[in-house]
Design a protein around this ligand. Structure first.
Ligand code: UFG
Length: 328
């Protein structure tokens, strides 16, 4: 199988490239290296370029004979999307439509799309299933929902089949230690807590301790990057077997509070981690937990690394390897 991975030099994309290559696929990464890293692409061909460049997309897609495109290239920071919505609608929507147009013209009609829990907005149920109302509360969530809606129309009108995968909190690292999370600047909880453990940061700031949760800190559903990649693989198989377009929520169905994540990091690393409580971060819902029954039923998705300590341990191995600290 021959797959184009757009954004294959980023956190999730780079793990996907590795997984596809080890499964025997021919892989090409297209990445503009704005948020990604060339040395994170461990396999296959690499093309540096941007999905805003239609001529490049046409050349690549028409020559490539791809069976499918997986699209990971997007801006992902909720706060930034509020400050600079044009950046989010421009890249996440307009440029993605550019990619879809180039695919359509080249006859590449299978698409796996990185979506997000942010399309749902404030949760109205304890666990969020696919039929939960979609009322995003920030431009990031809206940009992803717009593409999901466009994909429904592209399916009906052009027969372009897609699977939208809505990640809850992607976390962890390649279990073999070759890849991990690398955002600049880093804003995600687990890597920041581990940087506090390794001494790269003096402390971790906990945003809010007055939420309506058992310990007052926010609850999230952390899902291992390898399990997310497995869901992409299963989604691809389903399209290749002729299934129609689908959308799935991907999480473990278990929520952990910020304090529980810090406790797990103390257990795994054996280090002291200094905590400072800070005000709430605007736009953070108290609790986001997935109901992934549909992905389990229809894709037969079975997360292998659901345990929080395993996820933190893999992320810690990456922190130590990439910044030469000593694991406990
Ligand atoms: N947090 C802290 N301190 C930090 C960083 C985060 O307390 O230094 C807290 C946040 O307030 C939140 C939790 O840790 O309660 C998790 O925060 P992350 O930034 O790691 O993840 P988010 O839940 O904010 O973000 C995830 C995805 C985003 C997506 C969002 C949708 O990573 O891409 O869910 O709600 F947009």
């Amino acid at each position: 199988m021959n797959i184009l991975v757009v954004g294959g030099a980023g956190y999730i994309g780079s793990h996907m490239v590795k997984q596809l290559a080890l499964t025997g696929c021919q892989v090409t990464t297209l990445d503009n290296l704005v948020g990604g890293f060339r040395d994170a692409v461990l396999h296959g061909a690499f093309v540096e370029g941007d999905i805003a460049d239609r001529a490049l997309l046409d050349r690549l897609l028409q020559a490539g004979r791809f069976d499918a495109v997986m699209h990971f290239a997007s801006h992902i920071q909720v706060g930034e999307s509020v400050q600079d919505p044009a950046k989010y609608y421009g890249n996440n929507v307009v440029n993605t439509l550019n990619l879809l147009e180039a695919m359509r013209h080249a006859g590449v009609m299978r698409f796996i799309f990185s979506s997000t829990a942010a399309i749902f907005g404030e949760p109205q149920t304890e666990r969020i299933a696919e039929d939960h109302p979609k009322q995003p509360i920030n431009p990031y969530g809206r940009s992803k929902l717009m593409v999901e809606q466009a994909l429904e129309d592209y399916d009906r009108a052009y027969g372009l089949r897609s699977v939208c995968l809505r990640y809850f909190n992607a976390a962890g690292a390649d279990p073999e230690g070759q890849l991990g999370e690398r955002h600049e600047p880093e804003t995600h909880l687990i890597p920041l807590v581990l940087q506090a453990a390794s001494g790269r940061r003096p402390h971790i700031s906990v945003f809010g301790q007055d939420y309506d949760t058992p310990d007052g800190t926010c609850i999230r559903d952390y899902v291992h990057i390898t399990d997310l990649c497995e869901a992409h693989w299963l989604a691809l198989q389903s399209l290749l077997h002729g299934e129609g377009s689908q959308a799935y929520n991907l999480g473990n169905g278990h929520g952990f509070s910020v304090n529980q994540v810090i406790e797990a990091a103390r257990r795994v690393t054996g280090r002291d981690i200094e905590v400072r409580y800070a005000p709430r971060r605007p736009g953070d819902p108290a609790r986001l937990v997935a109901d992934s029954t549909q992905a389990q039923r229809r894709l037969d998705w079975r997360p292998r690394y659901a345990a929080l300590d395993t996820l933190v341990e893999h992320a810690w191995r990456w922190e130590c390897r990439s910044h030469s600290c000593q694991p406990a």
